[in-house]
Design a protein around this ligand. Structure first.
Ligand SMILES: O=C(CO)COP(=O)(O)O
Length: 226
């Protein structure tokens, strides 16, 4: 079975009720690729969950949670181990998880990108058995909210290495079926080429998920073979 393209909108703490309603209206009016091709998830600030659920999310549950975002790791001091525990707990409660990993600029320049990503992923693999409900988001910290998107080659390199790591350290099946999505300054302009990379299975989008171009990013979906 192929890996279904996955596009998440991480709205972070943005928006007033009016702005959130406007984003939701834009999404509802947008022409998007069939849900056979792409899975779309939005993550509004929790105070706006009732507003968004009433108007956008077909199933009224909150099925997904984003964990391990670098802003939580750095601002809230969440360690890899703690993120691993949160992932395991969320899965045990029946939630699906977008688990974020990624290196800082300093770590990239020191040549330790894969080491960092592996350490963050290992803290999760040690705590869970079933990967069915996990999507891994590779989000280089230097690309988040900076306008400096990773090049398609940079993203592909880390995604491929991470998939290899999963193959060796978890199983070939999990490596083949787990979606690895990219996050960090993705825009309507940059999404197509990134989506064309064989190991880029979708996106986690911050700023651009608040704009109409989020529809273009959803429509960058391509079919990936597992
Ligand atoms: O943090 C992000 C998604 O989780 C990315 O944010 P930007 O798309 O604004 O860079």
């Amino acid at each position: 079975m192929g890996r279904k393209f996955f596009v998440g909108g991480n709205w972070k703490c943005n928006g007033t009720v009016e702005q959130v309603e406007s984003i939701v209206n834009t999404l509802n009016a947008g022409q998007i690729a069939s849900t056979d091709v792409v899975e779309v998830v939005v993550s509004p600030p929790y105070v706006f969950l009732p507003t968004v659920k009433a108007k956008l999310l077909v199933n009224l549950g909150v099925p997904w949670v984003i964990l391990g975002h670098s802003e939580r790791r750095s601002l809230m001091g969440e360690s890899s181990e703690f993120v691993g525990e949160k992932v395991a707990y969320a899965l045990a409660q029946g939630l699906k998880v977008i688990a974020c990993v990624g290196e800082t600029l300093e770590q990239r320049e020191a040549g330790s990108t894969m080491e960092v990503v592996a350490e963050q992923t290992k803290a999760i693999t040690g705590k869970i058995k079933d990967w069915t409900n996990v999507v891994v988001a590779y989000e280089p910290v230097w690309a988040i909210g900076t306008g400096k998107v990773a090049t398609p080659a940079q993203a592909q390199e880390v995604h491929a290495n991470l998939r290899d790591w999963l193959k060796t350290n978890v199983s070939p099946e999990v490596a083949a079926s787990t979606r690895i999505i990219y996050g960090g300054s993705v825009t309507g302009a940059s999404c197509k080429e990134l989506a064309g990379q064989p190991d880029v299975d979708g996106f986690l989008v911050g700023g651009a998920s608040l704009k109409p171009e989020f529809i273009d990013i959803i429509n960058a979906a391509t079919v990936k073979s597992a």
